[in-house]
Design a protein around this ligand. Structure first.
Ligand code: MN
Length: 420
Protein backbone atom coordinates (compact mmCIF):
# COMPACT_ATOMS: atom_id res chain seq x y z
CA UNK A 1 0.00 0.00 0.00
CA UNK A 2 2.76 2.46 0.75
CA UNK A 3 2.48 6.21 1.18
CA UNK A 4 -0.15 8.23 -0.73
CA UNK A 5 0.88 9.07 -4.28
CA UNK A 6 0.17 12.38 -6.06
CA UNK A 7 -3.33 12.89 -7.48
CA UNK A 8 -5.35 15.81 -8.86
CA UNK A 9 -5.20 17.63 -5.49
CA UNK A 10 -1.43 18.09 -5.96
CA UNK A 11 -1.81 19.60 -9.42
CA UNK A 12 0.45 22.62 -9.90
CA UNK A 13 -2.22 24.48 -11.85
CA UNK A 14 -4.91 24.43 -9.14
CA UNK A 15 -6.06 27.88 -8.03
CA UNK A 16 -8.54 28.57 -5.26
CA UNK A 17 -11.04 31.39 -5.22
CA UNK A 18 -9.61 32.10 -1.74
CA UNK A 19 -6.76 34.58 -2.17
CA UNK A 20 -3.42 32.94 -1.35
CA UNK A 21 -0.25 35.03 -1.32
CA UNK A 22 2.70 33.86 -3.40
CA UNK A 23 5.01 31.77 -1.23
CA UNK A 24 2.35 31.04 1.41
CA UNK A 25 2.83 27.82 3.39
CA UNK A 26 -0.80 26.96 2.76
CA UNK A 27 -1.82 26.96 -0.92
CA UNK A 28 -4.87 24.92 -1.94
CA UNK A 29 -2.54 21.95 -2.63
CA UNK A 30 -1.70 21.80 1.12
CA UNK A 31 -4.91 21.97 3.21
CA UNK A 32 -3.36 20.97 6.56
CA UNK A 33 -5.66 20.05 9.46
CA UNK A 34 -5.74 21.82 12.80
CA UNK A 35 -8.01 22.84 15.66
CA UNK A 36 -9.04 26.40 16.45
CA UNK A 37 -11.23 28.31 18.86
CA UNK A 38 -13.61 30.98 17.64
CA UNK A 39 -16.34 32.55 19.78
CA UNK A 40 -15.44 30.15 22.59
CA UNK A 41 -16.08 27.07 20.49
CA UNK A 42 -13.31 24.67 19.44
CA UNK A 43 -13.54 23.02 16.05
CA UNK A 44 -11.49 21.34 13.36
CA UNK A 45 -10.37 23.38 10.37
CA UNK A 46 -7.98 23.40 7.45
CA UNK A 47 -5.65 26.26 6.61
CA UNK A 48 -5.72 27.99 3.23
CA UNK A 49 -3.61 31.11 2.76
CA UNK A 50 -4.32 33.37 5.72
CA UNK A 51 -7.70 31.76 6.37
CA UNK A 52 -9.12 28.84 8.30
CA UNK A 53 -11.96 26.81 6.84
CA UNK A 54 -14.36 25.63 9.56
CA UNK A 55 -15.10 21.98 8.80
CA UNK A 56 -17.76 21.69 11.49
CA UNK A 57 -19.70 24.44 9.71
CA UNK A 58 -19.21 22.76 6.32
CA UNK A 59 -20.59 19.52 7.71
CA UNK A 60 -23.57 21.31 9.30
CA UNK A 61 -24.33 22.92 5.94
CA UNK A 62 -24.33 19.51 4.25
CA UNK A 63 -21.28 20.28 2.12
CA UNK A 64 -19.47 17.09 3.18
CA UNK A 65 -22.37 14.77 2.27
CA UNK A 66 -21.69 11.33 0.85
CA UNK A 67 -18.56 10.81 2.98
CA UNK A 68 -18.97 8.33 5.87
CA UNK A 69 -18.39 10.83 8.68
CA UNK A 70 -19.89 10.59 12.18
CA UNK A 71 -22.14 13.51 13.11
CA UNK A 72 -20.28 16.56 14.46
CA UNK A 73 -16.91 14.84 14.04
CA UNK A 74 -15.34 18.26 13.45
CA UNK A 75 -17.14 20.07 16.30
CA UNK A 76 -14.40 18.96 18.69
CA UNK A 77 -11.24 20.22 20.32
CA UNK A 78 -8.96 17.62 18.73
CA UNK A 79 -8.55 15.58 15.55
CA UNK A 80 -8.59 12.18 17.28
CA UNK A 81 -12.09 11.11 16.21
CA UNK A 82 -11.39 12.06 12.60
CA UNK A 83 -8.00 10.33 12.74
CA UNK A 84 -9.68 7.08 13.77
CA UNK A 85 -11.57 6.99 10.44
CA UNK A 86 -8.55 6.09 8.33
CA UNK A 87 -7.09 6.94 4.97
CA UNK A 88 -10.08 6.41 2.67
CA UNK A 89 -12.10 8.95 4.67
CA UNK A 90 -9.14 11.33 5.05
CA UNK A 91 -8.67 11.24 1.29
CA UNK A 92 -12.38 11.69 0.52
CA UNK A 93 -12.51 14.79 2.74
CA UNK A 94 -9.39 16.23 1.09
CA UNK A 95 -10.84 15.64 -2.39
CA UNK A 96 -14.12 17.33 -1.44
CA UNK A 97 -12.38 20.31 0.19
CA UNK A 98 -10.24 20.75 -2.91
CA UNK A 99 -13.36 20.88 -5.12
CA UNK A 100 -15.17 23.27 -2.79
CA UNK A 101 -12.20 25.64 -2.75
CA UNK A 102 -11.50 25.49 -6.50
CA UNK A 103 -14.92 25.64 -8.09
CA UNK A 104 -16.61 29.03 -8.07
CA UNK A 105 -20.06 27.51 -7.85
CA UNK A 106 -19.46 26.60 -4.19
CA UNK A 107 -18.00 29.96 -3.24
CA UNK A 108 -21.08 31.67 -1.79
CA UNK A 109 -21.81 28.73 0.53
CA UNK A 110 -18.23 27.88 1.52
CA UNK A 111 -17.30 31.51 2.21
CA UNK A 112 -19.59 31.41 5.23
CA UNK A 113 -17.22 28.87 6.84
CA UNK A 114 -14.06 30.86 6.13
CA UNK A 115 -12.42 32.82 8.97
CA UNK A 116 -9.29 34.99 8.94
CA UNK A 117 -6.60 33.00 10.74
CA UNK A 118 -5.70 36.15 12.69
CA UNK A 119 -9.16 36.11 14.31
CA UNK A 120 -9.01 32.58 15.71
CA UNK A 121 -6.95 30.94 18.43
CA UNK A 122 -5.01 27.92 17.20
CA UNK A 123 -5.10 24.97 19.62
CA UNK A 124 -3.19 21.73 20.03
CA UNK A 125 -4.42 19.70 17.02
CA UNK A 126 -4.36 16.29 18.67
CA UNK A 127 -4.91 14.88 22.11
CA UNK A 128 -2.02 12.42 22.17
CA UNK A 129 -2.61 9.43 24.41
CA UNK A 130 1.01 8.50 23.94
CA UNK A 131 4.07 10.34 22.73
CA UNK A 132 7.27 8.61 21.65
CA UNK A 133 10.52 10.30 20.71
CA UNK A 134 13.04 8.45 18.54
CA UNK A 135 16.73 9.02 17.83
CA UNK A 136 16.57 8.36 14.08
CA UNK A 137 19.16 10.79 12.69
CA UNK A 138 22.53 9.16 12.08
CA UNK A 139 24.27 12.54 12.05
CA UNK A 140 22.71 13.61 15.36
CA UNK A 141 23.39 10.28 17.07
CA UNK A 142 26.99 10.28 15.82
CA UNK A 143 27.62 13.86 16.98
CA UNK A 144 26.07 13.17 20.40
CA UNK A 145 28.23 10.05 20.77
CA UNK A 146 31.37 12.04 19.96
CA UNK A 147 30.42 14.77 22.44
CA UNK A 148 29.39 12.46 25.31
CA UNK A 149 31.80 9.54 24.81
CA UNK A 150 34.77 11.09 22.99
CA UNK A 151 37.09 8.10 22.93
CA UNK A 152 34.55 5.43 22.11
CA UNK A 153 32.55 4.25 19.13
CA UNK A 154 29.96 7.07 18.77
CA UNK A 155 26.95 4.87 17.98
CA UNK A 156 25.59 2.42 20.57
CA UNK A 157 25.78 -1.17 19.26
CA UNK A 158 22.02 -1.48 18.61
CA UNK A 159 21.71 1.84 16.79
CA UNK A 160 21.72 0.43 13.23
CA UNK A 161 19.53 -2.55 14.23
CA UNK A 162 16.52 -0.72 15.67
CA UNK A 163 15.22 2.84 15.87
CA UNK A 164 16.02 3.77 19.48
CA UNK A 165 13.27 5.68 21.27
CA UNK A 166 11.77 6.52 24.64
CA UNK A 167 8.28 7.31 25.86
CA UNK A 168 7.81 11.02 26.47
CA UNK A 169 5.14 12.78 28.48
CA UNK A 170 2.04 13.35 26.36
CA UNK A 171 0.42 15.65 28.95
CA UNK A 172 3.13 18.27 28.40
CA UNK A 173 2.82 18.32 24.61
CA UNK A 174 1.70 21.92 23.98
CA UNK A 175 0.79 24.20 21.10
CA UNK A 176 3.29 26.58 19.51
CA UNK A 177 3.55 29.86 21.43
CA UNK A 178 3.25 28.32 24.89
CA UNK A 179 5.93 29.94 27.10
CA UNK A 180 8.91 27.81 28.06
CA UNK A 181 9.41 28.28 31.78
CA UNK A 182 12.99 27.40 32.63
CA UNK A 183 12.67 24.18 34.65
CA UNK A 184 14.34 23.39 37.94
CA UNK A 185 16.05 20.09 38.37
CA UNK A 186 18.74 18.07 40.07
CA UNK A 187 22.13 18.82 38.59
CA UNK A 188 25.48 17.29 39.45
CA UNK A 189 28.24 19.52 40.87
CA UNK A 190 31.68 18.79 42.31
CA UNK A 191 30.07 18.97 45.76
CA UNK A 192 27.15 16.70 44.98
CA UNK A 193 23.77 17.32 43.38
CA UNK A 194 21.82 20.57 43.80
CA UNK A 195 18.30 21.61 42.79
CA UNK A 196 18.65 24.61 40.48
CA UNK A 197 17.12 26.17 37.35
CA UNK A 198 18.71 24.43 34.37
CA UNK A 199 21.79 26.20 33.01
CA UNK A 200 21.79 24.16 29.81
CA UNK A 201 18.36 24.73 28.25
CA UNK A 202 18.30 23.50 24.67
CA UNK A 203 15.89 22.96 21.77
CA UNK A 204 15.62 19.89 19.55
CA UNK A 205 14.48 20.33 15.95
CA UNK A 206 12.23 17.37 15.14
CA UNK A 207 9.42 16.30 12.87
CA UNK A 208 6.47 14.47 14.37
CA UNK A 209 4.11 12.05 12.68
CA UNK A 210 0.54 11.63 13.83
CA UNK A 211 -1.14 8.26 13.58
CA UNK A 212 -4.78 7.36 13.07
CA UNK A 213 -6.13 3.82 13.30
CA UNK A 214 -4.14 1.84 15.82
CA UNK A 215 -3.55 -1.88 16.24
CA UNK A 216 -5.12 -4.45 18.52
CA UNK A 217 -3.24 -5.22 21.71
CA UNK A 218 -0.68 -7.93 20.96
CA UNK A 219 -0.76 -7.40 17.19
CA UNK A 220 2.30 -5.67 15.75
CA UNK A 221 1.84 -3.28 12.83
CA UNK A 222 3.78 -4.87 9.94
CA UNK A 223 6.33 -2.52 8.41
CA UNK A 224 4.69 -2.96 5.00
CA UNK A 225 1.34 -1.72 6.33
CA UNK A 226 2.58 1.07 8.57
CA UNK A 227 2.02 3.88 6.04
CA UNK A 228 -1.74 3.21 6.25
CA UNK A 229 -1.70 4.31 9.90
CA UNK A 230 0.09 7.62 9.36
CA UNK A 231 -2.03 10.73 8.86
CA UNK A 232 0.52 13.53 8.54
CA UNK A 233 3.46 15.51 9.84
CA UNK A 234 4.03 18.50 12.10
CA UNK A 235 7.01 20.26 13.65
CA UNK A 236 8.16 19.32 17.15
CA UNK A 237 10.50 21.14 19.52
CA UNK A 238 11.61 18.68 22.20
CA UNK A 239 12.89 21.23 24.75
CA UNK A 240 15.74 19.68 26.73
CA UNK A 241 17.63 20.53 29.93
CA UNK A 242 21.05 19.00 29.25
CA UNK A 243 22.44 19.26 32.79
CA UNK A 244 19.35 17.60 34.30
CA UNK A 245 19.43 14.97 31.53
CA UNK A 246 23.13 14.21 32.04
CA UNK A 247 22.62 13.38 35.74
CA UNK A 248 19.46 11.30 35.35
CA UNK A 249 19.50 9.44 32.05
CA UNK A 250 21.70 6.36 32.64
CA UNK A 251 20.46 3.62 32.47
CA UNK A 252 16.74 4.21 31.79
CA UNK A 253 16.84 7.21 29.44
CA UNK A 254 15.50 10.75 29.46
CA UNK A 255 13.03 11.73 32.18
CA UNK A 256 12.67 15.17 33.79
CA UNK A 257 15.25 16.70 31.48
CA UNK A 258 12.66 16.38 28.69
CA UNK A 259 9.21 16.02 30.23
CA UNK A 260 8.71 19.68 31.23
CA UNK A 261 7.61 20.74 27.72
CA UNK A 262 7.31 19.59 24.10
CA UNK A 263 5.96 22.13 21.61
CA UNK A 264 4.24 21.30 18.31
CA UNK A 265 3.14 23.36 15.32
CA UNK A 266 -0.62 23.93 14.88
CA UNK A 267 -1.11 22.40 11.41
CA UNK A 268 -0.82 18.70 10.58
CA UNK A 269 0.25 18.43 6.94
CA UNK A 270 -1.22 15.29 5.39
CA UNK A 271 0.82 12.65 3.58
CA UNK A 272 -1.45 13.36 0.59
CA UNK A 273 -0.19 16.96 0.45
CA UNK A 274 3.42 15.77 0.82
CA UNK A 275 3.15 13.11 -1.91
CA UNK A 276 5.10 15.09 -4.58
CA UNK A 277 8.04 15.31 -2.17
CA UNK A 278 8.66 11.62 -1.46
CA UNK A 279 12.35 10.74 -1.76
CA UNK A 280 14.30 7.51 -1.25
CA UNK A 281 15.67 6.87 2.21
CA UNK A 282 19.47 6.66 2.45
CA UNK A 283 20.71 3.05 2.14
CA UNK A 284 20.83 1.14 5.44
CA UNK A 285 23.86 -0.91 6.39
CA UNK A 286 23.53 -3.58 7.72
CA UNK A 287 20.14 -4.50 6.27
CA UNK A 288 17.55 -4.49 9.09
CA UNK A 289 16.00 -7.70 10.39
CA UNK A 290 13.04 -8.90 8.27
CA UNK A 291 10.35 -7.34 10.50
CA UNK A 292 11.98 -3.93 9.98
CA UNK A 293 12.84 -4.36 6.29
CA UNK A 294 10.84 -1.55 4.71
CA UNK A 295 9.56 -2.62 1.28
CA UNK A 296 9.33 1.06 0.26
CA UNK A 297 12.16 2.88 2.02
CA UNK A 298 11.01 6.46 1.54
CA UNK A 299 10.96 9.73 3.37
CA UNK A 300 10.12 13.35 2.46
CA UNK A 301 12.23 16.21 1.21
CA UNK A 302 11.34 18.72 3.95
CA UNK A 303 13.60 21.72 4.50
CA UNK A 304 14.00 22.55 8.19
CA UNK A 305 15.47 25.56 9.93
CA UNK A 306 15.78 27.06 13.38
CA UNK A 307 15.78 30.81 13.96
CA UNK A 308 16.68 32.46 17.24
CA UNK A 309 15.05 35.78 18.07
CA UNK A 310 16.97 37.86 20.61
CA UNK A 311 15.79 41.35 21.52
CA UNK A 312 13.47 41.34 18.51
CA UNK A 313 16.28 40.49 16.09
CA UNK A 314 15.83 37.16 14.37
CA UNK A 315 18.52 35.05 12.75
CA UNK A 316 18.61 31.55 11.32
CA UNK A 317 21.13 29.49 13.26
CA UNK A 318 20.83 26.11 11.56
CA UNK A 319 19.35 24.43 8.48
CA UNK A 320 18.83 20.76 7.70
CA UNK A 321 16.45 18.41 5.89
CA UNK A 322 14.21 15.53 6.91
CA UNK A 323 15.63 13.42 4.04
CA UNK A 324 18.79 12.80 6.10
CA UNK A 325 16.93 10.50 8.54
CA UNK A 326 18.30 6.98 8.79
CA UNK A 327 15.10 5.19 9.81
CA UNK A 328 11.77 5.52 7.98
CA UNK A 329 8.45 6.30 9.68
CA UNK A 330 7.12 2.78 8.92
CA UNK A 331 10.20 1.28 10.55
CA UNK A 332 9.67 3.42 13.66
CA UNK A 333 6.01 2.40 13.92
CA UNK A 334 6.73 -1.27 13.19
CA UNK A 335 9.49 -1.34 15.81
CA UNK A 336 7.36 0.43 18.45
CA UNK A 337 4.56 -2.15 18.02
CA UNK A 338 6.76 -5.21 17.37
CA UNK A 339 6.13 -6.37 20.95
CA UNK A 340 2.37 -5.98 20.55
CA UNK A 341 2.18 -2.60 22.30
CA UNK A 342 -0.99 -0.65 21.58
CA UNK A 343 -1.29 2.58 19.61
CA UNK A 344 -4.39 4.75 19.45
CA UNK A 345 -5.67 7.49 17.12
CA UNK A 346 -3.95 10.79 17.91
CA UNK A 347 -0.68 9.26 19.09
CA UNK A 348 2.40 11.38 18.41
CA UNK A 349 5.77 10.03 17.26
CA UNK A 350 8.78 12.29 16.82
CA UNK A 351 11.91 11.57 14.82
CA UNK A 352 14.40 12.79 17.37
CA UNK A 353 16.71 15.68 16.58
CA UNK A 354 17.24 16.01 12.84
CA UNK A 355 20.82 16.87 11.90
CA UNK A 356 22.45 16.67 8.49
CA UNK A 357 25.81 15.81 6.94
CA UNK A 358 26.92 19.40 6.36
CA UNK A 359 28.97 21.15 9.04
CA UNK A 360 26.68 23.32 11.17
CA UNK A 361 23.61 21.37 10.08
CA UNK A 362 22.73 20.51 13.67
CA UNK A 363 19.27 20.30 15.20
CA UNK A 364 20.19 21.38 18.74
CA UNK A 365 22.55 23.74 20.60
CA UNK A 366 24.32 20.80 22.26
CA UNK A 367 25.70 19.89 18.83
CA UNK A 368 25.90 23.41 17.36
CA UNK A 369 28.08 24.64 20.24
CA UNK A 370 29.68 21.24 20.93
CA UNK A 371 28.34 21.16 24.51
CA UNK A 372 29.07 24.85 24.96
CA UNK A 373 32.71 24.72 23.85
CA UNK A 374 32.09 26.72 20.65
CA UNK A 375 29.63 29.54 21.42
CA UNK A 376 27.42 30.91 18.64
CA UNK A 377 28.07 34.55 17.79
CA UNK A 378 24.77 36.40 17.33
CA UNK A 379 24.03 39.47 15.20
CA UNK A 380 23.74 41.71 18.26
CA UNK A 381 27.27 40.76 19.29
CA UNK A 382 26.21 38.47 22.12
CA UNK A 383 27.08 34.79 22.36
CA UNK A 384 25.03 31.70 23.08
CA UNK A 385 26.01 28.32 24.36
CA UNK A 386 22.54 27.44 25.65
CA UNK A 387 19.25 29.39 25.72
CA UNK A 388 18.86 32.48 27.88
CA UNK A 389 15.69 33.94 29.40
CA UNK A 390 13.85 36.01 26.79
CA UNK A 391 15.19 34.04 23.80
CA UNK A 392 12.59 32.92 21.27
CA UNK A 393 13.18 29.75 19.24
CA UNK A 394 11.30 29.48 15.93
CA UNK A 395 11.37 26.28 13.87
CA UNK A 396 10.08 26.18 10.30
CA UNK A 397 9.62 23.42 7.77
CA UNK A 398 8.59 23.44 4.12
CA UNK A 399 8.77 21.52 0.87
CA UNK A 400 9.52 23.24 -2.40
CA UNK A 401 10.20 22.03 -5.90
CA UNK A 402 11.05 23.62 -9.21
CA UNK A 403 7.44 23.33 -10.31
CA UNK A 404 5.45 22.31 -7.24
CA UNK A 405 3.98 25.03 -5.05
CA UNK A 406 5.48 25.38 -1.59
CA UNK A 407 3.91 23.03 0.95
CA UNK A 408 4.68 24.51 4.37
CA UNK A 409 4.52 22.93 7.81
CA UNK A 410 4.23 26.41 9.30
CA UNK A 411 6.21 27.06 12.44
CA UNK A 412 6.57 26.14 16.08
CA UNK A 413 7.85 28.81 18.46
CA UNK A 414 8.45 29.34 22.14
CA UNK A 415 9.96 32.05 24.34
CA UNK A 416 12.04 31.19 27.41
CA UNK A 417 10.76 32.67 30.67
CA UNK A 418 12.75 32.76 33.92
CA UNK A 419 12.16 30.19 36.64
CA UNK A 420 9.56 31.72 38.99
MN1 MN B 1 14.27 14.56 21.22
Amino acid sequence: MGPPQPDFTNDVGLRSWVPVAEGSDFPVQNLPFGVFRHRRRARVGVAIGDYVLDLARLQEEGLLGGIPLPRRVFARNNLNRFLALGRSVWRAVRHRLCELLIENRWRSKVELALLPMAEVELLLPISPGDYVDFYASLHHATNMGRILRPNQEPLPPQWRWLPIGYHGRSATVVISGTPVVRPRGQVATANGPVLVPTRMLDFELEVGFVTGPGNALGEPIPVGEAWDHIFGLLLVNDWSARDIQAWEYVPLGPFLGKSFLTSVSPWVVTLEALAPFLVPLNPQDPPPLPHLADPRPLTYDVHLEVALSVGGQEQVITRTNLRHLYWSFPQMLAHATSNGALTRPGDLWATGTVSGPEPGSCGCLMELTWRGQRPLLLLDGSQRTFLEDGDTVIMRGWCEGEVQPRIGLGEVRGTVLPTP
